[in-house]
Ligand binder design. Structure first.
Ligand code: FAD
Ligand code: EPU
Length: 337
């Protein structure tokens, strides 16, 4: 098991902030996990993938367990389904691309989401009308509380919008080592109803897109509004989109007639945090080293040399303003340490 002390985390987080980790353990196989609970203090532990949804607001005094388990296997289940089993340390978008190249359907809408495979179930990554939980067959990993491997079927993972039991009850206690995905060998209806996606397809004259065409469309749309973390530090959406009850939505509509929202279940309306932030005058705000992205108001950026704490402080100002203007409490999507 590889480990290092006093590690600079700048290259391990897509916001590109500096912070030191007292200790870092690099997990390259399931074997490295056995007995790991004896090497770490479970109260001061953080499990890290590629750091694209993590904000280090200060130095980390404990151990960081970086998951680098590799490997990808496909196994046909029947004439319609294929089970892909993949190591948590593989890169998400490379997996998406590989599965599409093999003619498998399912992951196309989730193209170009940064990060590792092992982090995908944590917040149930989603984009363009699809959530990863729809494709997951199982999640396997190491339970730090009782030192053993466990395997969960999709139904037992507690998946919800941007959440799962791994993010809630089992936070920092379960190291995901491998994930199984159930993919389609044949396909008919793809999910292309998300507004910006259907508009893009219409404008480009694409009628019945193939999974590969859909993936390419998603990549183009994402590139047009989300900053590339290799060029400008960011962690994607900083907050989740808030869900309010219908009564609250009707009240807001009286005050803000143009407010967008859609019913996710009877009586519940999902609003767009980016809209709330933009209406509050923050979109494109340049505050020196930190700012709010000019093409997507939900993305906070490190324009170079910002400290984690400065990004955190900006996020709290936004949150206070949204509370004041709309009486809505935004919830962070990014994991803040
Ligand atoms: P990390 O930041 O390393 O970790 C995130 C969380 O997962 C932490 O709590 C960590 O402890 C936990 N974790 C990581 N690996 C493991 C493991 N093996 N076992 C247990 N816990 C683990 N997200 C979306 O849902 N949809 C999007 O469209 C989207 N777009 C983005 C665009 C940009 C430009 C960026 C920078 C981010 C975007 N994100 C999006 C967020 C991010 O891509 C996802 O959250 C991704 O899954 C994070 O992967 P990671 O490996 O970098 O996770
Ligand atoms: N909008 C604004 N101002 C902006 C941006 C958006 O008013 O600057 C409004 C518009 O009304 C627009 C709507 O918000 O129609 C939706 O915008 P967009 O399609 O960009 O999506 P989002 O709701 O801001 C969510 C996810 C993204 C995901 C996209 C596409 C959350 C928190 N974010 O963003 O995920 O890629 O949808 O499905 O749910 C992430 O989680 O890190 C992430 C980037």
């Amino acid at each position: 098991l590889k480990s290092r002390k006093n590690v600079q985390l700048k290259k391990y987080n897509s916001l590109g902030v500096e912070a030191l980790a007292a200790k870092m353990l690099f997990i390259q196989s399931e074997k490295d996990l056995l007995g790991i609970e004896e090497l770490i203090n479970p109260d001061r532990l953080f499990i890290l993938g590629e750091g694209t949804n993590t904000l280090f607001s200060k130095d980390f005094e404990g151990s960081i367990v970086k998951v680098e388990i590799r490997g990808l296997e496909y196994k046909n289940v029947d004439e319609n389904r294929c089970l892909a089993t993949i190591g948590a340390g593989e890169n998400w978008h490379q997996f998406v691309t590989d599965s599409l190249d093999k003619g498998l359907q399912g992951l196309e809408n989730l193209s170009l989401i940064p990060g590792s495979v092992g982090a995908a179930p944590i917040q149930n990554i989603g984009a363009y009308g699809v959530e990863v939980s729809e494709l997951i067959d199982f999640v396997e990993g190491y339970n730090l509380v009782d030192g053993r491997f466990e395997k969960f079927n999709r139904a037992d993972c507690g998946f919800r919008y941007r959440s799962s039991m791994f993010k809630e009850q089992r936070r920092d206690q379960f190291i995901i080592s491998r994930v199984g995905f159930s993919l389609n060998r044949n396909w008919s209806d793809l999910e292309a109803s998300y507004k910006s996606l259907s508009t893009y397809l219409d404008q480009n004259g694409i009628k019945n897109p193939s999974p590969l065409q859909l993936s390419k469309a998603v990549v183009q749309i994402r590139k047009s509004k989300l900053p590339d973390p290799n060029k400008i530090g960011n962690a994607g959406s900083f907050f989740k989109n808030p869900v309010v009850n219908l009564k609250k939505f009707e009240e807001l509509k009286k005050r803000f007639p143009g407010i967008p929202g859609f019913e996710t279940e009877p009586g519940k309306v999902k609003l767009f945090a980016a809209w709330l932030i933009e209406q509050s005058g923050w979109k494109g705000k340049d505050l020196g080293k930190v700012g709010v992205h000019q093409d997507q108001a939900l993305v906070l950026v490190n324009k170079g040399g910002a400290k984690g704490i400065e990004i955190y402080e900006l996020s709290q100002k936004l949150k206070a303003d949204i509370r004041k203007n709309f009486d809505i409490l935004l919830e962070e999507e990014v994991r803040i340490l």
